[in-house]
Design a protein around this ligand. Structure first.
Ligand SMILES: Cc1cc2nc3c(=O)[nH]c(=O)nc-3n(C[C@H](O)[C@H](O)[C@H](O)COP(=O)(O)OP(=O)(O)OC[C@H]3O[C@@H](n4cnc5c(N)ncnc54)[C@H](O)[C@@H]3O)c2cc1C
Length: 593
């Protein structure tokens, strides 16, 4: 799971150790007994338990020996060292070094927002680079409000990736029970599984609360101070949380974003929700409208449908998932309908009214009228960048969207203020926010003058947890053809093995995989520049494909790899027949048509 846990690293391969970690360890070994005592835990017991000056000398010698060994180990293992090992090694060093680097400010770094990016960047700065760090975050609640409610862990943990995935897991059981009949399983006569919605939401909330607690511990263990409340920037080096003010060498804005509703009549009626409230509805809707064609809309439509809600999915485009590969979009659109989700493509919401019996009358611009229990807006998110002193402190925001504008190192136009994660709207994904946090910490603190480190946005794999899910890495067919001049496209569609038994769901689960390769005669010929799929376990598969693509894999490398049989994933290694070639000209012609 990609959460902010100790072993979870989403960054460029080399561990983020300071430039001269090995020599710092040696220098530390030569320092006084207090440092040696700090390292006493790692000494042989006999030495660690000696007392007085001689013990300090012995301890110093032992630390010198172990530091030299550690230094050698570090030097030897620098590149291939696993990130958790690097983390532990350097955390020990930082604890021994203790104090903040600068005496001028209360903190080296003050982070506003304790979500994915803020927690990772802060923890990394403290544990990897010995910085004195604080994080401000709103008090915990399942549903957030702009000024009062939030919680450590942020969107991903409390009202995004994690709760959503848990509810998606749960929603599959209905299909699983149905599929089981295709394998000879029978339910007792008349038996029908029933869902206890209260329990489902309670168990999900319990898990979210547990994770929120873990985030607090992670910060504590890294020595990061945590302040609860709404934070504001007072000037380029001062932050205010409630009635307290703190100075900091650097400020990091990691305040994420909030879902917004289209301003149509009735959008504020009770029962009209965003993803925040939809994840915690006190009652399962019998009938639900989901507005939006993005990944959040199709994911929520899928899981409510799985639990038995009648779902109407409304979007403006002909197919969902704008920005994704066209073949994937149309394949998923077909499946959503086959599954029984009521798809209203090419429609926009017009109004919502309350009916006499407390339901909602929802209307679209194409004359569709539905009486439903809830309407969910999944129509986008806005950055949390206003009402917090940023513009007054001179930070430039995008005039239209409010996005905090940053350079490729996540620095705003104010030198001491950085911004990471969703508030900067680069790629709005948790692992990307984590990467940006780590790169920022390295830029600020990797050595005295910083070690400017850019986040790397090439070949970021991702998944849409629709049912079935979508996995994607690299460029779409049209983007790849435009960028490289010409690409060869390999497409395969098939009924997955599980549904060759009489589950009756073979069509709904039909898999699609697509690989895009630079054509012969063009720069980079043979390199795989796009992989996309719809089908079970797409997210799990795409993680491995992402590694291959990051390593610059050629189609020939995929072909030379032995498949694992029988799996769906082996198809990636057996796509021998080219489906078509697409050139930049083809893309232009299609766009003009
Ligand atoms: C429904 C949903 C599903 C998602 N699913 C996925 C997924 O499957 N995979 C994936 O990779 N990504 C997913 N995402 C996106 C992911 O959650 C975000 O990209 C990620 O959380 C961004 O992290 P962040 O640190 O930028 O912001 P956030 O995690 O939003 O954290 C910002 C924090 O700042 C706090 N804050 C804001 N203003 C202040 C202030 N003035 N003072 C103090 N605190 C403040 C907020 O309370 C919040 O906790 C999903 C998002 C949503 C909404």
């Amino acid at each position: 799971m990609l959460a902010e846990l100790p072993g979870s690293i989403g960054f460029v391969p080399a561990p983020a150790l300071p430039m001269n970690a090995a020599s710092m360890l040696l220098a530390r070994a030569q320092r006084t007994g207090s440092v040696a005592a700090a390292a006493g835990k790692t000494l042989p017991k006999r030495m660690a338990s000696s007392s007085g000056q001689s013990s300090a000398i012995l301890a110093g010698a032992a630390v010198a020996t172990s530091a030299a060994a550690a230094a050698r180990r570090l030097q030897r293992r620098r590149q291939p060292m696993s990130a958790p090992a690097a983390w532990r090694a350097h955390a020990t060093q930082c604890k021994a070094e203790g104090e903040a680097k600068s005496g001028e400010y209360d903190y080296d770094l003050f982070t506003i927002g304790g979500g994915s990016g803020g927690v990772r960047g802060s923890r990394w700065a403290a544990s990897q680079f010995g910085a004195k760090v604080a994080v401000a975050e709103l008090p915990f609640d399942i549903v957030s409000t702009k000024f009062e409610k939030g919680g450590l862990g942020g969107t991903c943990v409390i009202r995004g990736c994690v709760p959503k995935k848990l509810l998606i897991y749960g929603s599959h059981f209905q299909e699983d029970i149905h599929d089981a009949k295709g394998y000879g399983w029978e339910l007792p006569e008349g038996a029908k599984p029933t869902l206890d919605w209260d329990k489902l939401i309670q168990f999900k909330n319990d898990e979210v609360k547990r994770l929120n607690g873990i985030y607090g511990k992670l910060l504590g263990n890294a020595g990061v101070d945590h302040y609860e409340g709404y934070a504001k920037v007072i000037d380029p080096h001062t932050v205010e949380v409630g009635d307290k003010r703190f100075t900091a060498k650097y400020i990091c804005v990691a305040t994420g974003g909030r879902a917004f509703k289209l301003p149509i009549p009735g959008c504020d009626l009770p029962g009209v929700v965003t993803s925040d409230e939809a994840l915690a509805l006190p009652k399962q809707p019998k009938k639900l409208v989901v507005i939006g064609g993005g990944y959040i809309a199709v994911e929520f439509a899928g899981y409510f449908h799985g639990y038995g809600t009648e779902v109407h999915l409304i979007y403006r485009q002909p197919v969902p998932l704008r920005g994704f590969d066209e073949d994937i979009r149309s394949h998923l659109a077909e499946i959503l309908e086959q599954k029984g989700i009521h798809v209203h493509s090419g429609e926009s919401p017009l109004s919502i009214e309350e009916t006499e019996d407390g339901q909602l009358r929802f209307k679209t611009d194409k004359g569709t009228e539905l009486i439903v229990d809830n309407v969910m807006f999944a129509t986008g998110r806005k950055p949390n960048s206003n009402d917090m002193g940023l513009e007054e402190a001179g930070v430039e925001l995008d005039k239209k969207s409010g996005t905090v504008l940053v350079d490729e190192y996540s620095r705003t136009n104010v030198e001491s203020i950085f911004a990471i994660g969703d508030v900067t709207d680069r790629i709005q994904l948790t692992p990307v926010a984590l990467m940006e946090g780590m790169a920022m910490a390295r830029t600020m603190f990797a050595n005295e003058s910083g070690d400017p480190t850019k986040p790397d946005y090439e070949n970021v794999p991702s998944a849409v947890f629709s049912q079935p899910p979508v996995g994607t890495c690299g460029l779409t067919e049209s983007d790849a053809a435009t960028k490289y001049g010409s690409v060869d496209v390999y497409v395969t569609k098939f009924k997955p093995m599980k549904h060759t038994m009489p589950t009756g769901r073979g069509e709904e689960e039909r898999m699609m995989m697509k690989m895009i390769v630079i054509s012969d005669g063009f720069d980079g010929a043979g390199r795989v520049v796009g992989c996309h799929m719809v089908g079970a376990e797409a997210g799990e598969m795409m993680q491995g494909i992402g590694v291959a693509m990051k390593a610059g894999a050629l189609k020939a490398d995929f072909d030379a790899t032995i498949g694992i049989h029988p799996t769906a994933a082996e198809e990636w290694c057996t796509m021998r027949t080219k489906t078509r070639t697409t050139t930049a000209e083809d893309v232009k012609e299609k766009a003009a048509a």
